[in-house]
Write a protein of this length. Structure first.
Length: 286
């Protein structure tokens, strides 16, 4: 199956399991990815619904249910598409939802730190907490055996005193944890407080690691480009923001005729801060 076909499958699942109509006192209804208090948000959201061919039938969903379903659909899409790119990025990959970063090699020390701080009121007051983040989706790579390393030719001998500390080599530690390859936050919609939380988690990953920095990305379905900008603009904490239907969003925003929203969308795309969900597996292969 091609990346395009998997993208269509992803959208069908979102249409079937997540998108719903929300009643409003101001308008008859609006899609649950829109802000009912914003005319532009509602208009663009309806355009996305039509572009994706969604019917939005079924009972209303809570915000927590929407978030969990969006995470599950995105995780499955990434696993399916990244498998297609195995020849570009070989390895034994594992995909999780809500798994603590302390389970991975670069952040294993945080479990001990959290335990010590929790037992000492003075340290807890001075240093604070919240070291152990649970990203919505994480991708981990398993360390490799010497047999795999030497598959084509002898690269490492057991007696060689080289490459004895790298986490990629399974023989270096008895129970080597997975290596965190990517941390992906899923946001069905974006509000200012959620944007701040996402950046805080990203900075936690950057500052508290021991070793290689994982990819740090956000996947969202927010219809308003100006709200996408609250996460996408700027550099240093997030690799990039990925929209679940970027070409469709561009087409809808053009048709709506909102110059401010279109200008911002162009800035985000041309500034390489916003990409489509289909770009993400290729970026993870870097």
């Amino acid at each position: 199956m091609s990346v395009a076909a998997l993208r269509q499958k992803y959208h069908r699942r979102i249409c079937k399991e997540i998108l719903r109509e929300t009643p409003s006192s101001k308008t008859a209804s609006y899609p649950n990815l829109a802000d009912g208090g914003s005319k532009s948000s509602v208009e663009i959201a309806w355009g996305l619904v039509r572009a994706l061919g969604c019917s939005m039938r079924g009972r209303r969903l809570s915000g927590q249910t929407i978030g969990k379903r969006f995470e599950a659909a995105t995780r499955e899409y990434l696993e399916d598409t990244f498998r297609l790119l195995h020849h570009l990025r070989p390895g034994q990959w594992h995909y999780f939802v809500d798994k603590a970063i302390s389970s991975f090699d670069q952040y294993e020390h945080l479990a001990y730190l959290d335990k010590v701080i929790g037992q000492d009121l003075g340290l807890s007051t001075a240093l604070g907490g919240d070291y152990i983040v649970k990203p919505d989706i994480v991708v981990g790579r398993a360390p490799v055996s010497d047999e795999d390393i030497n598959l084509r030719e002898m690269i490492l001998a057991e007696s060689d005193a080289v490459a004895t500390h790298t986490p990629l080599r399974r023989a270096n530690r008895g129970t080597t944890p997975l290596i965190l390859h990517a941390s992906i936050s899923c946001k069905w919609t974006i509000r200012s407080d959620r944007a701040q939380n996402t950046r805080t988690e990203a900075l936690n990953l950057i500052r508290n690691r021991k070793g290689h920095l994982p990819h740090i990305a956000v996947v969202c379905a927010e219809p308003l480009p100006t709200r996408l900008a609250t996460l996408a603009l700027g550099t240093g904490d997030l690799d990039c923001v990925y929209h679940f239907a970027l070409p469709e969003l561009m087409s809808v925003v053009k048709n709506v005729g909102s110059e401010d929203q279109l200008d911002m969308l162009v800035i985000l795309i041309e500034g390489r801060r916003l990409r489509d969900i289909s770009d993400l597996p290729f970026d993870l292969a870097v």
